[in-house]
Design a binder for this molecule. Structure first.
Ligand code: SAM
Length: 234
């Protein structure tokens, strides 16, 4: 469970109403039950229910079970697609330990806006479910060309495109530098020719083909994150 409260030996943690409802109403936990807590700073702690109530409750930290981990310094940039598939991309990126999840507007992106708070809640849920000790940060929708214009020094960009030359394969990444990366996945309509030309001209961009088949954007996001983890992850 992610809480916004310091965690430490013997530390008591008051529960918000909806957290109490989830733990005691839905999960039916009683006093003495153990729960894993994290807050993004103090690692993961085993806590026990010391007060269970309908509208609130209290947990007490017993022992630290995981040191504070850090997200992998990888960003997943993707053009929003249909709602459920966008939720899926956010969830997978959070599970894979991405630090930032950036919905981007490309020429052929058909989503005009996103519900950032809802996507952030998905990232939180994924972190709780897979035992991360931090939560990926979900950005608001940003224009791709704006992000590229003020690109952070030193970060490399893996831009995934099915319409690349045969020789632009993951093998090309073996000479790529370690260090902070971003992954870019296009919309259902793919990248425009102007976007491809612009991306290929960037010295920090690495075009990568994820096999000969055209993947759905959500499949490509998972494949690219896995490739990054295997080839470049720290
Ligand atoms: N342009 C494609 C078409 O004409 O059907 C559709 C784009 S695909 C549905 C969405 C995104 O997934 C692409 O922009 C790309 O980022 C990624 N993608 C899909 N297949 C890929 C592949 N084989 N290699 C690299 N990226 C791929």
């Amino acid at each position: 469970l992610c809480v916004e409260h310091p965690l430490g030996q013997g530390q008591t943690v008051p529960l918000e109403r909806e957290q109490a409802h989830y733990l005691f109403g839905v999960m039916r936990l009683a006093e003495g039950a153990a729960i894993a807590l994290f807050n993004g700073q103090d690692g993961e702690w085993r806590a026990e229910v010391t007060r269970a109530g309908k509208r609130g409750g209290e947990l007490t930290c017993v022992e630290q079970t995981k040191p504070q981990g850090g997200p992998a310094d990888v960003w997943l940039m993707f053009a929003p697609i249909k709602k459920t598939r966008t939720d899926f991309i956010v969830e997978k990126a959070a599970e894979m330990g991405a630090a930032r999840i950036c919905p981007v507007q490309t020429e052929f992106t058909n989503a005009e806006r996103i519900r950032r708070d809802r996507l952030q809640a998905h990232a939180l849920e994924a972190a709780e479910q897979c035992g991360n000790t931090y939560v990926a940060e979900v950005d608001d929708l940003a224009r791709l060309d704006r992000m590229l214009a003020d690109w952070p020094e030193g970060r490399q960009l893996m831009f995934c495109d099915e319409a690349l030359a045969e020789d632009e394969t993951p093998a090309g990444l073996k000479n790529a530098p370690k260090g902070p990366w971003a992954i870019l996945i296009g919309p259902e309509g793919g990248f425009s020719e102007a976007e491809r030309a612009r991306l290929r001209a960037l010295d920090f961009a690495w075009p990568v083909q994820l096999g000969p088949r055209i993947l759905r954007a959500d499949t490509a996001a998972v494949a690219a994150l896995t490739l990054w983890q295997a080839a470049l992850g720290d």
